[in-house]
Design a protein around this ligand. Structure first.
Ligand code: M6R
Length: 614
């Protein structure tokens, strides 16, 4: 996810763009850049790695005179975060500058063809391919920028929101979208463009959300014009913005955490895209292909991680052992590094970290590499330290996670681990093609299933009232639901400060059962799986001691539903895919309990998003 801003008008172009970038920083913050179209027919581009504030420092002594401009805050997908890979990108002759949010799936084919035509590339981005392609078409056909953009986009496969400016027409922006958001703000003799309305809500409340396949012509002194790829004018639907700036910064949600919980259908779609192909028959994880021999010959896999990522790791163990028949050990990175680990070149170490910067996980990676193990990283932040230190890996592609409590990163990590296990199983032949394809089909249904689970929101909000003042809470699950119980308990304690413990349900009778009374609620995760009958008896044990029960069960459950005090029903999925589904009601439950208690859910006390110290 990246953020785009554009402006044409008599206002202070630079100030408007920079302020807009700050508003969009939640979409990405690894580098930022700005292109200013000057009245004398020049384009000045300034870029800087890091946050928007770095760009501001960089621009302090620069010529900022402009009548139009486009700007970008980046969340790297192709190419590491760097000044060179930051947007905007120039065309080879310097006539055009372009910003882009999205992923061009056929960029390699286009790039190779352009290289054959003599184009030189300076960055590793898919975006530079777009600007070079537009320029190439423009020169070849001696046509307008609009026509060149139309023709270029007809060749492009993938998601994009783009904005392009041209040296000789400094009062004009051409913008287009397909699958990535783009909104135009219509002001008084000025027009704005942005990934969402936050950058212009204080200047105008007239907003046009572009639709897929539309191209906007934004020109000073002219009314907004929108055409399709065949140059036919389309109807302009103007929306009146009613949201306040503060709401919009969180996309209309009260907190980043809630926004991130609700983003999960999209983030999971992004995580799966291009990795489950042929309708589910094939799983393609490039990192596994890179490390094919190592995974095929691994005598053991060790997964290292911290916090929520460690809970995902535990699920990784169940998935890999089950599907690939390779023994797996899961270690807290902070323990692993001081445990005199025994590793050699036959071991594969997987490091999981949303931020890619957690100090203990990074240290574990270095130890594993020094001992000769093959190290694979699973991260969210492109270009962060862990992906840089590992030999291969996979990004979860869920976009910036701002809320300290990890939500969408957890489901993204579990998704990637599932795909990892399936792709190793595919290579090793430890699963039948039918089983892989059956699971692949279900994986493709996960985003829409998660949408259904999110419909429980109102019910969970009401339910949360009953448990707001609980002092303790037990989370119980078995098999694939045990790590979900751990994660549910962590979510509750970190944002509501209620003591919560996750436990394997069967272990309860070896101690924790002593805690159960009317004051001690239990959240029991009990989808229909191979241990369902076993967990029924655990539910009975809690019930017999007067404990109240919130049960997460599958739709149509008849046994546990009758015993539980409150039931949250989720759609049935193959057993190994249930954690993604069952963890979502637990995220919402902890969110609402913390809200009822008036806690700062996005920035809970004593916690940082990225733990870069020991
Ligand atoms: O960035 P990482 O995934 O390495 O972070 C690890 C933990 O600090 C993190 O998961 C933490 O437990 C979360 N705040 C939990 O919601």
């Amino acid at each position: 996810m990246c953020g785009i801003v554009g402006y044409v008008g008599d206002g202070n172009v630079y100030d408007i763009l920079i302020k807009g970038l700050h508003r969009l920083e939640y979409r990405g913050y690894d580098s930022a850049g700005i292109a200013l179209g000057t009245p004398s027919g020049k384009i000045n581009i300034y870029k800087s790695q890091g946050k928007v504030s770095n760009l501001e420092d960089f621009c302090k002594d620069k010529n900022l005179e402009a009548t139009s401009g486009i700007a970008h805050t980046r969340w790297a997908t192709h190419g590491e975060p760097s000044d060179t890979n930051a947007h905007p990108h120039f065309s080879e002759d310097g006539n055009l500058a372009l910003v882009h949010n999205g992923t061009i799936e056929n960029y390699k084919v286009l790039k190779d063809a352009l290289i054959q035509h003599g184009c030189t590339f300076h960055s590793e981005t898919d975006t530079e391919v777009l600007v070079q392609l537009i320029e190439y078409i423009k020169l070849k056909n001696d046509c307008s920028l609009l026509d060149a953009v139309r023709m270029a986009l007809k060749q492009v496969v993938g998601a994009y929101a783009i904005a392009v400016i041209e040296k000789n027409h400094p009062d004009k922006i051409i913008a287009a979208r397909n699958s990535s958001p783009l909104a135009v703000g219509i002001g008084n003799n000025e027009m704005f463009l942005a990934s969402d309305a936050t950058p212009f809500v204080e200047y105008t409340n007239e907003c046009v959300y572009l639709k897929d396949g539309e191209i906007a012509i934004i020109e000073k002194g002219e009314p907004l014009k929108i055409v399709n790829l065949d140059n036919r004018e389309t109807q302009i639907d103007v929306t009146t913005l009613e949201l306040s700036i503060s709401q919009l910064e969180k996309g209309g949600y009260e907190h980043f955490m809630l926004k991130e919980i609700f983003e999960q259908p999209t983030t999971l779609r992004d995580c799966i895209r291009g990795r489950v192909i042929e309708g589910g028959k094939k799983i393609m994880l490039s990192g596994v292909i890179d490390g094919k021999e190592k995974f095929l010959n691994a005598k053991r896999i060790v997964i290292v991680a911290c916090g929520t990522s460690w809970h995902a790791a535990l699920l990784g163990k169940y998935l890999i052992q089950d599907m690939c028949k390779i023994p797996v050990e899961v270690e807290y990175a902070s323990e692993f590094r001081y445990s005199n680990p025994i590793l050699d070149e036959k071991d594969v170490v997987i490091a999981i970290s949303q931020s890619g910067e957690t100090a203990d996980t990074l240290a574990a990676v270095k130890i594993a590499r020094n001992m000769g193990a093959y190290v694979y990283g699973i991260s969210n932040v492109v270009g962060s330290s862990i992906p840089r230190e590992t030999e291969s890996g996979t990004y979860i592609h869920v976009g910036p996670e701002i809320g300290v409590a990890s939500t969408k990163a957890f489901t993204g990590q579990v998704m990637v681990l599932t795909l990892l296990a399936l792709s190793i199983a595919q290579l090793k032949g430890t699963m039948t093609l039918e089983k892989i394809s059956w699971l692949g089909e279900h994986i493709l249904k996960i985003p829409s299933t998660v949408e259904k689970v999110l419909a429980l929101n109102d019910k969970i909000e009401r339910l949360s009232m009953k448990y707001t003042y609980a002092k303790n809470c037990l989370y119980l699950g078995r098999g694939f639901s045990y790590p979900v119980a751990l994660e549910g308990a962590l979510k509750l304690k970190e944002i509501s400060y209620i003591h919560a413990e996750g436990y394997p349900a069967a272990e309860m009778k070896h101690g924790p059962i002593a805690l159960i009374d009317e004051e001690m609620p239990s959240v029991i995760i009990a989808p229909k799986d191979h241990v369902y009958e076993k967990i029924v008896s655990n539910v009975q044990q809690v019930k017999a001691r007067g404990g109240s029960i919130i049960a997460i069960v599958n739709e149509g459950d008849e046994i546990i539903s009758k015993m539980a005090d409150h039931v949250l029903e989720v759609p049935e999925m193959p057993e190994c895919l249930t954690p993604i589904i069952t963890s979502i009601p637990l995220q919402l439950l902890s969110y609402y309990i913390a809200i009822n208690k008036g806690k700062d859910v996005d920035m809970p006390r004593n916690l940082a998003k990225s733990v870069t110290v020991e």
